[in-house]
Design a protein around this ligand. Sequence first.
Ligand SMILES: [Zn+2]
Length: 230
Amino acid sequence: MNFGPGRMSPAHRSVIKKKGYKKAIHSYRHGKIQWADKQLAGMRIDLRKSLRAQQSGRCYFCRQLVLQERRNACEDIEHYLDKSKLHYRKWTFSPVNLTIACHPCNLQKGNRDLGDAAIRGSTSLRVGSGSFRWLHPYFDDYHRNIEIHPGWVYAVKASAPKAAEAAAMLRDLELDQIERIQQTRQRYVDLLERTVVLMDKLIERNEVNKPRMKKLTAILKTLKDELRWA
Ligand SMILES: [Zn+2]
């Protein structure tokens, strides 16, 4: 299976640099608006698309598919260094601070502080700024540190250059817990059922040739592969 890139690249820098978003970013920096403000909605959508493509639709942390919630399409953009902390607010729009994460990982991560004192005091976010508690999406290689076995069993590689960080990440996110594995399976089964219901509706309405059918078929195929693995 393709679990997404080992080390991410800040390709979405171009999204943040778009002229149209300059004013909203400026307002955020001056504390006039929040991240969730509608002035930033376009940028969030673009960012999400770019990150999703790079991450093959998977969560950076657990590498499982991020299943799209219909209610809030922007909730899964994850700031590696928590933007709600005053000392990390300056990196809200830093490309190397952004990933896509699934809801369960997001919850487990909470508002954990993943940087040390050197990073908190640093003016730039790069390799050497300080130490991170977990693997860093842009500075470390996930696959050189963690291997994923069928059934979503995670292990730190024997040759891992960042063994302590990889172990802390798996432990903190509770990726070693059986409950999370069951949860994953259930989420996939739920989506599978939803997809089949939508396909049935299209069939009933004689709309099998609509592009939507193609999309649903693709989701079904992905889920089939995924469930075989899980
Ligand atoms: Zn996850």
